[in-house]
Design a protein around this ligand. Structure first.
Ligand code: GTP
Length: 565
């Protein structure tokens, strides 16, 4: 804007200056020309006078009439030229005064020459010649020459001054024009520089805008991708939360991991209860790099360090020992191990492989996935532990009394529905108090443990072994008839009698067990009644001398006791 205003002012100033200078130059030029014309007029006048005088002299000497014609022709010219000189010097009064003086002198000279002719015509030729001679002589000639010289000198002076002024004006115009041109050039260069700079700034701004747009589009794309992955992660979380056990979770994991980590393969490895082995529990895809499926936890650097391995910015990626170092065709295969952590405990490792390096967002997703997976598996493990704790007896690992009650109701209903018989066996160690007193409470615990193991071995998978309380145990044997139940009870009785209990290297005395057996009839029968019947049978066995089996009669639902203890 400033440059544009300056440029307009410059152009206007330049135009005005050029106009003014042109005008004054023309003016000075006119005056110079005028001086030349005055000079020329002066010269012509002199020449006309000299021509008239020469013609007159020629006539007087030669009587040549032609010379006389020339003489008369010059006379009006002299008048005209001298009058013209007076007019031309009107702008300069002193010079005009001189011109008038010259005109008067010339007129008197013409008059004298006419007198000469008159004298010649009267016959006084010699007098006329004498007059001519006098006139030409210096005395007569001097005023005209002097006047002409003065006028000439004055005109010369004027001419010089006018030429000087004209030249000065021309010079001024030239310098001013040059200065303007220089200034204009500076303006143009500045404008060009400004335009180039503006252009560059605009281009840079365009570039920055384009870059910002690209980054925005990328971040939008990433956000969309991230939101999508978060959604899937959320769905996986929900699926895992609905799982009742780690085994169930491990079944749904492979397709989910394949979906969330496209173009990858891998496995979920869990550490066993003894914490000395890490075992493959689930896998997806086909591993490009072979890995052990069972290995020591220390063979995995992620498990050893408790953080993902290798780190994304690691220059040297130390290889986990569980990855076999044998030849592979997939030299560009990369791997990542993420420890599965929950409540400070390491549950296992999520091992991921892919061809080519992992992008940062994939790495982040895998790590997040590992964190979530660890927490979910930890939760499931905790749930499993709580569930087991709530239904198992902590000493023997057999089901507890609460589980017995629930299971007995269920099994009774089922057997009734299928019209099958069910046997309930109540077992009590004989003289356990004495054993405790003799060998100590710890030895008693040891005996209970061995007895529990014996019971576990003696029953089928579908049977249920429970610790009813103290040294009392109950076996629920679904779909078992009286003969089979008796046979099983006898086997247990004999096995207990043959059991060798060892505690702290010492072999402890022999033990026996008393067993009460109650059979559920095809119809009717409540859990409490059946338990009561078995208990009564057990009581009978104790009273009858212990180390024996008694079988209860079919309980009458109508005579069910209020207190089963
Ligand atoms: N070591 C140990 N002893 C227990 C446990 N639970 C109960 N007992 C003991 O088991 C004994 C049960 O004794 P009693 O009810 O008199 O029965 P008993 O000595 O076996 O005699 P009979 O049943 O009549 O043969 C008590 O001394 C309890 O302290 C346990 O978990 N561990």
């Amino acid at each position: 804007m400033i440059i544009a205003s300056a440029a307009i002012a410059l152009v206007l100033g330049l135009a005005a200056t050029v106009a003014i200078n042109a005008h004054s130059y023309r003016e000075y030029n006119d005056w110079t020309r005028h001086s030349y014309l005055v000079e020329q007029q002066l010269l012509k006048t002199s020449l006309a006078l000299r021509s008239a005088e020469s013609a007159l002299r020629g006539y007087l000497l030669t009587k040549d009439a032609g010379q006389l014609d020339v003489f008369f022709a010059q006379l009006p010219r002299i008048d005209k030229l001298s009058a013209g000189l007076v007019r031309m010097t009107a702008d300069n009064p002193p010079q005009q005064a001189r011109a008038k003086e010259l005109r008067d002198t010339l007129q008197s000279r013409v008059k004298r020459m006419r007198n000469m002719l008159t004298q010649v015509h009267r016959g006084d030729r010699d007098g006329a010649l004498q007059l001519l001679h006098d006139q030409i002589s210096e005395q007569v000639e001097r005023p005209i020459a002097s006047q002409t010289r003065v006028m000439h000198a004055v005109e010369q002076q004027l001419l010089r001054e006018r030429e000087a002024r004209r030249n000065q004006s021309a010079m001024l115009a030239t310098w001013f024009t040059l200065a303007c041109l220089l200034f204009g050039l500076t303006l143009v260069i500045s404008a060009v520089i400004l335009v180039i700079r503006e252009q560059r700034i605009r281009l840079r701004a365009d570039d920055e805008l384009a870059t910002a747009y690209t980054q925005l589009a990328q971040s939008l794309e990433e956000s969309r991708g991230m939101a999508d992955r978060m959604q899937r992660l959320h769905m996986l979380n929900e699926s895992l939360q609905s799982c009742r056990s780690i085994d169930e979770a491990l079944r749904i994991l492979p397709p989910s991991l394949e979906d969330m980590l496209p173009d990858t393969s891998g496995m979920v490895v869990l550490i066993n209860a003894s914490r000395n082995l890490a075992e493959k529990a689930a896998e997806w895809g086909v591993l490009w790099l072979d890995s052990e499926t069972v290995f020591a936890p220390d063979d995995c650097l992620a498990l050893r360090r408790g953080q993902p391995h290798p780190a994304p910015d690691a220059r040297v990626k130390a290889r986990c020992a569980h990855l076999e170092t044998g030849q592979t065709n997939h030299t560009d295969a990369t791997w990542l191990c993420i420890p599965l952590l929950a409540q400070g405990e390491t549950l296992g490792v999520l091992h991921i492989q892919r061809l080519g390096s992992m992008r940062p967002e994939e790495y982040d997703l895998a790590v997040t996935l590992g964190e979530q997976l660890g927490l979910m598996l930890g939760n499931l493990k905790l749930q499993e532990t709580l569930r087991i704790q709530s239904i198992r007896d902590p000493l023997t690992g057999l089901f507890n009394r609460r589980y017995l009650e629930v299971s007995l109701s269920r099994e009774l209903l089922r057997s009734r529905r299928h019209e099958r018989s069910l046997a309930l066996m109540m077992l009590d160690m004989d003289h356990f108090k004495r054993f405790n007193d003799t060998h100590g409470h710890d030895a008693g615990d040891e005996l209970l443990l061995q007895f529990s193991a014996l019971l576990r071995d003696a029953i089928r998978a579908e049977d249920i072994a429970c610790r009813y309380g103290g040294e009392e145990f109950v076996l629920i044997l679904p779909e078992t008839d009286r003969e089979s139940a008796l046979k099983r009870a006898e086997e247990i009785r004999l096995a207990v009698a043959a059991m060798k209990v060892k505690h702290q290297g010492k072999l402890l005395g022999n033990l026996t067990v008393s067993i009460g057996l109650a059979m559920q009839p095809p119809t009717g029968g409540e859990p409490e009644a059946l338990l009561h019947a078995a208990d009564q049978a057990l009581y009978q066995a104790k009273r009858a001398g212990r180390n024996r089996i008694e079988i209860a009669t079919v309980p009458d639902p109508g005579s069910m006791p209020k207190d089963t203890d």
